[in-house]
Ligand binder design. Sequence first.
Ligand code: GDP
Length: 366
Amino acid sequence: MGEGRKPEWMENETKHTTSSILSGKGHSTGEFKQKRKPSRPVMSVEQLTEGVLRQDRATLARAITLIESQAAKHYEVAQQLLQRVLPHTGSSIRIGISGVPGAGKSTFIEAFGLYLCEKGYKVAVLAVDPSSSVSGGSILGDKTRMEQLSRHPNAFIRPSPSGGTLGGVHRKTRETMLLCEAAGFDVILIETVGVGQSEIIVRSMVDFFLLLVLTGAGDELQGMKKGIMEIADAILVNKADGSNLPLAKKTKEEYNQLLHFLQPATKGWETRAYTCSALTGDGIEDVWKVIQRFVESTKESNVFFERRKEQAIEWMYTMIHDRLHTTFFQHPRIQELLPDAEQSVKEGTDTVTSVVDRLFSAFTDS
Ligand code: GDP
């Protein structure tokens, strides 16, 4: 594994915003234009496909930038590229990692990623950051993170796509994952922050979902949303080191007791809590053993493959919903009618149902 690497794979990835590859959008000053590097020659779908399959990191980065673009002309090429690489996807292990800010996600991913890289695996780290779609800001991306891992020749780190809806971020991350698989990555780690919908999105694209938690259970544990525990395949009590170790062990037991009463996330697999220290590396190897055991047993029972199929179907419906939503709201006639529709509803001159009926008639008739 990891053979045929190119030195340019060691290039550190920078954050690509959609606007950076669209012509001057959001950057209309002459000063900016002068500073812009001359644009690189356009690559054909064939060149992009060949580069990704050849595991060329620079081409992979460009292909992902294309996927992340919101320009219609990029969308077409991106879809053609995906179609071509599709037969080469699917052979990685996809792992989701979530936890509240400060739980130690980036420290853990750095330690775990390096451990895997040293074992010869090629590791891609992607992120789904809900804040990047809401405010353009970022919970996960901006600070310098995973410095050592980002320098490792077997690793590839890509921050969360920014801008657009969470649905848009979902599509881009899923398609980026496929590109990474086509480029030979064996393990895909998808990081997200445990603050709401984003972990459900990540769960819908991974095989194994790992939840990082902190010690000091008690009240916190009581208040913890059952929902997130029910989508986890393992709960990892991080920072089990130094004087925190006894408390971490106690927290682990408390989680294990609670897990008895919950539905397991994966059929035939018992979700359990473990401890680790991302700082000292204690327990990191055990996490990998748990994941390997999971993959082995779910492949044997076929649950692994069934889930992937279900995820693909779910993905199809998500895309249909997204497409319908966009098509409807971007329709010129709907945009024209919406202000009046709002007004009628606000003033109570029409029922909501009749307003919606009118809008849909206008949409389907035109
Ligand atoms: P994130 O917000 O979930 O990505 O958390 P970070 O990885 O940035 O970690 C938050 C803080 O916890 C940092 O100061 C880390 O150094 C610290 N930290 C992370 N993992 C451990 C650990 O295993 N043990 C200890 N003692 N500190 C840790």
